[in-house]
Design a protein around this ligand. Structure first.
Ligand SMILES: Nc1nc2c(ncn2[C@@H]2O[C@H](COP(=O)(O)OP(=O)(O)OP(=O)(O)O)[C@@H](O)[C@H]2O)c(=O)[nH]1
Ligand SMILES: [Mg+2]
Length: 350
């Protein structure tokens, strides 16, 4: 299950109390103060991992508490520090304090950690209070409480390139053909219900991450289809591969879609959600070119997208593995250069 938001209460450990004690040893009269300090309370820590890409675990975890520090002991023994509570969250998680709105951490790299609640310090034992004039202090202090907060976790996936397009244009087929991701693929719309990430190998040693964003339709920003709940995952990707298809015109059917209309509707949805998204570099990809009726429209669509709108345009077949090397190359270069750079000859449909 994909969950991209959660709220949890966290409580760091309390510091252990300091204690009052005196040395008692044979043949040592008047032993001095020997009460140890308390140990530090444990912290609550979040750590980023690539091993999961959902906050689903937090549906069941509502409260996270780190261990308290132990009290000090006699013979100046310091109490043991409380163990920290360390929780893994997916890379891309942003952590906020609910009450203050402060961003406590934005975990963008594997292994990155943030302390969201700090454990209390241990109290002082009576040895700390010995002075020249008071050699037998009977004073000690209790441990300090650990921080307590209500925090909000929000996952915004981090990918280099987002695949967007109407339902069933072949986004999942493409991510499966190019990467290690194995999403469900089927001939009905909204097969993909949650975003998927896939790592694409490029030029043997390089790699980049693409995200398959569930199908968008007109009115998504008003909640149509799956709505815009996943659009936030595009916000952190710098490049968009916009996939279009030509649907077969069947006699008696009036509601056939048109790739040019589809394209503009989706651009509008992106813009309505966040005007910045409309500015992202886009590569227009015509999929399903293994089908003759799609192939027939290729030149007209190329002329429109390339010459009229100025978008780079590439024709492929995800299922038929046509032109996928050119696409991988175009994406890899775009990740390096920050935009899609056209290479007409290499992009010719073979
Ligand atoms: N002929 C042909 N069919 C394709 C091609 N790519 C995908 N398909 C078919 O198109 C249908 C939809 O493919 P998906 O990959 O599930 O489409 P999607 O864009 O992920 O769809 P949603 O998850 O619903 O948004 C499936 O039946 C695929 O087999 C292609 O290159 N050629
Ligand atoms: Mg899909």
């Amino acid at each position: 299950m994909f969950v991209d938001e959660a709220t949890v209460e966290v409580k760091a450990g309390k510091g252990g109390d300091g204690v009052v004690a005196f040395r008692r040893e044979k043949y040592v009269p008047r032993g001095g103060p020997a009460g140890g300090d308390g140990g530090r309370g444990g912290d609550v820590v979040f750590r980023a991992t690539n091993n999961c890409n959902t906050l689903a675990d937090f549906r069941h975890v509502r409260y996270i508490k780190a261990k308290n520090g132990l009290h000090g002991g006699p013979k100046n023994m310091t109490g043991k520090d409380g163990e920290s509570a360390i929780h893994d969250v997916p890379v891309g998680t942003i952590i906020k304090d609910v009450d203050t709105g402060e961003v406590l951490g934005d975990l963008v790299k594997e292994g990155q950690e943030v302390v969201v609640a700090t454990g209390g310090d241990g109290g002082f034992g009576n040895s700390r209070y010995a002075t020249a004039t008071n050699r037998t202090p009977k004073k000690c202090t209790p441990g300090w409480p650990g921080e307590e907060k209500k925090i909000h976790l929000e996952l915004k996936l981090i990918a280099d390139i987002a695949l967007v397009g109407y339902p069933s244009v072949g986004k999942s087929t493409l991510i499966a053909a190019l990467s290690n991701a194995r999403p469900k693929i089927a001939a009905y719309p909204f097969t993909t219900l949650v975003p998927n990430l896939g790592v694409v190998r490029w030029k043997m040693t390089k790699e980049f991450v693409i995200a398959d964003i569930p199908g968008l339709i007109e009115g998504a920003h008003e909640g149509h289809g799956l709505g815009i709940q996943f659009l936030k995952h595009i916000e952190r990707t710098n490049l968009i591969v916009h996939i279009v298809e030509v649907t077969q015109q069947l006699e008696g059917h009036e509601d056939e879609r048109d790739p040019i209309e589809d394209f503009h509707r989706i651009c509008k949805e992106l813009e309505n959600f966040n005007p910045e998204l409309a500015e992202r570099p886009q590569l227009v990809v015509l999929n399903k070119c293994d089908l003759p009726f799609v192939r027939e429209k290729e030149e007209a669509l190329r002329a429109y997208f390339e010459d009229e709108l100025g978008y780079p345009f590439l024709a492929i077949s995800a299922a038929g593995h046509i032109n996928l090397d050119a696409l991988t190359d175009a994406m890899g270069r775009a990740v390096e250069e920050g935009q899609f750079v056209e290479d007409k000859e290499a992009w010719e449909l073979s």
